[in-house]
Write a protein that binds this ligand. Sequence first.
Ligand code: HEM
Length: 397
Amino acid sequence: MLKRFWLWLGRLLGKLLFTVVLVGLVGWGLGEAYYAWKFSGPVSTQEQIAPDEKALTRLIIEDAVRIVEQHRDNTRVLRDAHAKAHGCVKAEVQVLDTLDESLRQGVFSEPGHTWQAWMRLSNGNAYPQFDRARDARGMAIKLLDVPGKKLMKSPVHAGEQDFVMFNHPAFFVRDVAEYRTNFAAQADGKKVQAFFPSWDPRTWEARHLIIALKTLAPAPESPVATTYNSIAPFKLGELNIKYRVVPAPQNCPPYELPEQNTDLPNFLRNALYQQLSLDRAPACFELQVQKQNAQYYMPIEDPTVEWSEKISPFESVARITVQPQDFDSREQNLFCDNLSFNPWHALPEHRPIGGINRLRKSVYEAVSAYRHQRNAPALANAAPQPVTQETEVELSQ
Ligand code: HEM
């Protein structure tokens, strides 16, 4: 009797498992077919601006400032995103000698030219947490003393060309409208509603949820050992491109990072310190661009879609070298905290394009202005030499 029961239960579970696998496979196949149909070219090479974008941007700024206040630590107002830095390091960005004529635009117009730069490496989260927590990792580069009129008028940033990236190739929202819904839900702690805002299945964004989950990845062994992507598109002269920074150990003397204790809260800073300050070993990268081929599904207005590398492979435009250095001082960490990166600190040849980039312009500016204004009194009390916006320029030379 008992034996028959177990056999019956085994058959039932077997059938159940089979059904679940079958339904999963059919669902996956249908999903693939749907997206192959939906994501087929050609696409526009021009930006398309929704009429409500400006109004939504204002609401997002209000939410962002609210979040910054919620997450402020005891003494300082931190960034609304990428609050925790592993360090700010000096870098050299050298345009390739052999750069193709079509890519010689803006800061890449002179082959062989070397730009001095600051590079800030960060965790993506809105407040600092242990490095082993799943998260995106950011890299922001600021080229210095770049001549020419910039897209933003601020005299403080007049000589800067910024590149702002993180280490996942796709963004988890499509446009400004979705960002507003998603961000407002997350700000209220309603994580499920961020991707499933109503009972209407047409508003569900399961694919974007998967991107968000993949973005929150385990930490790399070091901040200089992962690839950072622009995700959103940019101009490069007349071209539309995305860019990324890939580690290029082949351009550096061989170096192996000793194993780090990943239980330590700041092991990514420790890894950077070990390589650059203790072992005095440089870190090398290449800056690469990927051209839009508008015959295929490489949209400007949807950064949740990766542009196919098979159709349009990335091409190197510059080498980045981070020389051995001592970066982990109180002054430099404070200086780093007071830097402001913004993809719109840029020459017109590198103009950010697409809705998510248009949104970033005023949000980054507003949050940066807010935290600088709120931190100014604390700075005056705490730092022997207050790092004001004027000293920011001085230090950056
Ligand atoms: C393509 C997508 C994006 C990428 C690659 C990206 C990357 C980054 C990185 C690396 C930083 C840190 C910069 C630093 O080291 O100072 C940052 C900061 C920030 N990001 Fe984004 N981000 C993206 C989209 C967005 C969007 C859509 C928003 C909101 C509208 C946003 C809001 C911010 C804010 C407010 C800061 C802090 C600015 C400051 O206080 O100086 N980001 N982002």
